[in-house]
Design a protein around this ligand. Structure first.
Ligand code: CU
Length: 143
């Protein structure tokens, strides 16, 4: 009976808190692109208890920002757009990492150098726009 009460408590409490918890960006960074490059990859780590879906990203630093996934097709790494956004994992997190899902900044307005900071606007399905400051990291600092 005690177990049942606990289970019921969990079912009642979790959805109520989940609705009020907007996604929290824990880290955001951009891999410094080589000189002359028109694109750069950005990565964010988001605590996302409500499982809110990331629908899109924008940045004044680029003409466009796309959500991309990486897949190995016939031994070749390929990027493909995530048309329907990116859902949080069951752990309630969105982890964009080197070699996986990333934000592709297309048509860079200026050269991005290590140490630069730019604002990313992340649009979530429920929470709307969440702004995060992303730092540009140079080679060898990609963790
Ligand atoms: Cu990409």
């Amino acid at each position: 009976m005690r177990t049942l009460a606990l289970i019921l408590a969990v079912f009642v409490v979790v959805p109520a808190t989940a609705q009020n918890s907007a996604p929290i960006v824990e880290s955001a960074w951009i891999m410094a692109p080589p000189p002359g490059a028109s694109e750069a990859a950005a990565y964010v780590s988001v605590r996302n208890a409500s499982g809110d879906r990331l629908l899109g990203v924008s940045c004044d630093c680029a003409a466009r920002a796309d959500l991309h996934d990486m897949r190995i097709v016939d031994g070749v790494m390929q990027m493909r757009p995530l048309r329907y956004g990116l859902a949080a994992s069951e752990a309630g997190a969105l982890s964009l990492r080197v070699g996986g899902a990333h934000i592709m900044l297309v048509g860079l307005a200026n050269r991005l150098r290590a140490g630069d900071r730019v604002m990313l606007r992340l649009t979530f399905e429920d929470a709307g726009v969440v702004v995060a400051e992303a730092v540009v990291r140079g080679p060898g600092r990609h963790r």
